[in-house]
Ligand binder design. Sequence first.
Ligand SMILES: [Zn+2]
Ligand SMILES: [Zn+2]
Length: 373
Amino acid sequence: MSNGPWTVEAPVFRRVGVPMEMEEVTVVPPRAGEVAVRLVASGVCHSCLHSIDGSLEGTPLPIILGDEGAGVVVEVGEGVTMVEPGDHAVISWAPSCGQCRECLGGRPARCTRKPTFGVFSDGETRFRRGDEQIFHYGPATHSPYVILPQSAAIKIDKSVPLDRAALVGCSLSTGAGAVFNTAGVTAGQSVAVVGCGGVGLNAVHAAYVAGAFPVIAVDPVEIKLDAARRLGASGTVSSSGEQMAEAIRSASGGGVDVVIVAVGSTVAIEQGMLALNPGGKCVVIGAPPTGAMLSIDPHSLRAKETTLMGCSYGSCNPPVDFPRLIGLFQSGRFKIDEMVSRRYALDEINEAYENLAAGKDLRGLIVFDGAEA
Ligand SMILES: [Zn+2]
Ligand SMILES: [Zn+2]
C-alpha cells in the first residue's frame, strides 16, 4: 500500500455552466490527526448540484465535489488512533472538533468550530495542481484519494460492501437520521416526505422501518414515487406547489404528525407546515437557494402548537449512528440496494449530475476504477 503524495485523475469543477474535466491533481500526504482514504464508491448528491447550478453562492473554486463515499484507509498521520491502514471506512462530510459544547454534548452535526467551506482547519487544502490549490467540497469524495480529519473516517466492518456503505455517508444518514433522530418518529405516527431523491427515499424507508403509518411520499416524478412505494410508502402524492398541503391532508386522512422536507423549496416548507396535525413537526433538510425567506402564519403555529425544525446531517453522531444504520442494513431491516438507480465511472460524472438534475436518478453512484467493492 503506497504512501502519499498521490497523483490522481479527478474531476475539477471550475465554473458554473462549464462541465467538469478530469485533471491531474496531487493529493498531499495526511498531516497530524488526518487520514488518507482510497475511494471505492461515491454517491452523487443534490448538495453538490447546488454548487454546479450556482444556486448555492460562495462555493470556492476550483473545487473537487462529492460529499458521500466509502473506501479503504491507506495512510494515517501522526497521532491518529481511530483507524489504521487497511481499515474500511464510511466518510462523514461533517468533521467535528470534539471539543465545543455541541460536540461534547454528543451533537457533532452542530459543531461550532467547523472548518471554512473548501479548506481544512489550518486554512489550506490538500489538493494541488502545480502551485494552484484545489478546494474540497467537504470530503471531496469524487477524488480517487482524499485526506480527512480522523473524525470523518468512520471505521466499519469489512464484511459490509463498500459500494452500499458509501450511501451511509450522506443520503442514508441524513434521511434516516431526520426520521429517527431529528423528528423521533414513533410507531403509529403519520409521516409525509416531500421530495423523493436520495435523502427523501431514505426518509420514507426509515419512517416505514420505524412503524409509521400512513407514510405519504410526495414528488412530481413517477419513477421516484414507484421507488418510494417499494421502500414502504403507503400512499403517494404527485401535486406540487400550493396544492401540496391539501393533497397530503387528503391522502393521509386529515393531516400528518411529521413532514420531512427533503427538497430545497420554500413553498414545500410552507405547505408542509399547513399539512401538519396539531402538535406536528415539520423537519427541513433541503436547502432553498441562498437568500430565500419563509412565510409562516404565526397564528396557526401558536394555535396548533406545531414545530418547524432544522435538520443538519440527520442530527447524526457518525461514530454512533453509522454502525447502527449499517447494522440495520446487514440484518436485512434497512434496504440500500434499492436506492441506487445507476452506477457511473468517474469520467461520466457530468452525465451523472445531468441525470440527477433531470430527475432521472434516485441515487447515482460513482464506482472507482479498479476498486473492489
Ligand atoms: Zn449529500
Ligand atoms: Zn465541535
